[in-house]
Design a protein around this ligand. Structure first.
Ligand SMILES: Cc1cc2nc3c(=O)[nH]c(=O)nc-3n(C[C@H](O)[C@H](O)[C@H](O)COP(=O)(O)OP(=O)(O)OC[C@H]3O[C@@H](n4cnc5c(N)ncnc54)[C@H](O)[C@@H]3O)c2cc1C
Length: 407
């Protein structure tokens, strides 16, 4: 293990705190100073998960965990063997933060209050002797005679450091990474991830509030397919299936300037012949019932009636009157319903940018820069991001923990 006397951690978010605590745990003699550009630390933790902080996910299987990261999952595989979702839960619980797992696997503090996580991290930092320096925005750094020197907007810090951990988070603009590029690193241009779809010209928005428990979302022509709950909103579509599609399609949807078509399969079954047969069975079972009143699939009634109308079937038609041609068209619509998307809306519960410092710049075992010895990275500053569910914080905890080892 390297001998380090002075360590600087840049950024007081989840990754910065975990890196600072890990540095103190692995190098108890080192003086660890965390520099935060604003007057508040852990600001995103505070607002995360709608104020409840979805601190991690209960997924224990590493392959399943990796599949939640459109960018970085493959590269983080070995890192997750060293610090994963179980380690996160144990870390917090052993420090008195009781956690609970919701039915979809998201893990929250039992208090349902993100302040519990903030208090834990602040108490740990204080107990470990991490110095926190507020309102210090680092704008550049240089390496001279085996030490790192940091500069702020108006002055250079007099202290030199043996190691620097950069945990400054994401940036919506490439220029936010200029100072890291200046050190010879490759930056992947940032684009938003985790957004909902705007459908200004689609009348389905009048069903605002309707939820389909298991829909399939396909981004046409790009091989992106996701599934899960889908929520119809007054501006378009949201919910886990849509957010996942936005994350996996973040880059191509950005290049399309958020004008694209999405295909929805409302019933999960792709084989239209099978769907047609199910419609015929319904017709045989309920010949005299109105199609609008007797659903063939367990869809919300408002959606069922909307789809019948979209398919051109009159609302007063009985099942016995549904001809084969119309039944086939309806089967096609149920499994392949196309909507024009024009624009996106930020998902306020959780949003991230994809892009940042390319993972090829760093040694993933140590999180150290390949070109700058003694310089480490953790958290969203890296080109790592995940779908919703606590995975983004998990990446911050894992990379922060590893970077703080300073090996
Ligand atoms: C509204 C919202 C809700 C979210 N909810 C969840 C959730 O429930 N679960 C989940 O897993 N993820 C969630 N996320 C994503 C998660 O918050 C981020 O992935 C995570 O905070 C990244 O941590 P970080 O420490 O890398 O960066 P950040 O949290 O962004 O922290 C970076 C810190 O560095 C500081 N900084 C920046 N530049 C400098 C500089 N030059 N010098 C000094 N300091 C600097 C910043 O002020 C900031 O305090 C949410 C995100 C948002 C926006």
């Amino acid at each position: 293990m390297k001998e380090v006397k002075h360590v600087a951690v840049l950024g007081g978010g989840a990754a910065g705190f975990f890196a600072a605590l890990s540095a103190k745990a692995h190098h108890p003699q080192a003086v660890v100073t965390l520099f935060e550009k604003t007057s508040k630390v852990l600001a995103k933790v505070k607002v995360s998960g709608g104020g409840r902080c979805n601190v991690t996910n209960a997924t224990a299987d590493i392959d399943t965990l990796c599949s939640a990261y459109p960018r970085g999952g493959k590269q983080l595989r070995n890192s997750f063997y060293r610090f994963n979702t179980s380690d996160t839960q144990e870390w917090f619980e052993s420090r008195g933060v009781m956690l609970k797992t919701e039915s979809d696997g998201r893990v929250f503090p039992i208090s349902n209050d993100s302040q519990t996580i903030i208090d834990c991290l602040l108490n740990e930092a204080q107990a470990a002797g991490v110095h926190i320096s507020y309102q210090v925005a680092i704008k550049s750094m240089y390496f001279k005679k085996n030490s790192w020197y940091l500069s702020c907007v108006n002055n250079d810090l007099s202290q030199s450091f043996d190691a620097v951990i950069v945990a400054t988070g994401g940036s919506p603009k490439s220029s936010g990474f200029d100072w890291l590029e200046a050190l010879g690193h490759v930056i992947v241009p940032p684009v938003p991830s985790l957004f909902t779809f705007n459908m200004p010209n689609e009348s389905i928005t009048r069903l605002s509030g309707v939820v389909v428990e298991q829909a399939q979302v396909i981004i046409k022509g790009h091989g992106i397919e996701t599934s899960g709950p889908l929520l119809i909103t007054h501006w378009g579509m949201s919910g886990p299936a849509i957010l996942k599609a936005s994350a996996f399609g973040a880059r191509i949807l950005s290049s399309s300037k958020y004008n694209f078509e999405t295909q929805i399969n409302w019933v999960g079954e792709r084989n239209t012949e099978l769907l047609f047969q199910q419609l015929e069975q319904c017709a045989a079972a309920y010949p005299q019932k109105l199609i609008g009143n007797q659903k063939a699939f367990p869809l919300p009634t408002r959606l069922w009636q909307f789809l019948i109308e979209k398919s051109g079937i009159p609302s007063d038609k009985k099942w016995i009157e549904l001809g084969k041609k119309q039944a086939r068209q309806f089967a096609e619509l149920l499994s392949n319903d196309v909507y024009a998307v024009s624009g996106k809306t930020t998902f306020k519960e959780e949003f991230v940018t994809c892009g940042g410092l390319a993972l090829s710049n760093i040694n993933l075992k140590t999180m150290e820069s390949k070109s700058n010895p003694g310089l480490y990275f953790a958290g969203e500053v890296l080109d790592i991001d995940a779908i919703t569910g606590g995975y983004n914080f998990q990446a911050a905890w894992t990379t922060g923990f590893l970077a703080g080892q300073l090996t």
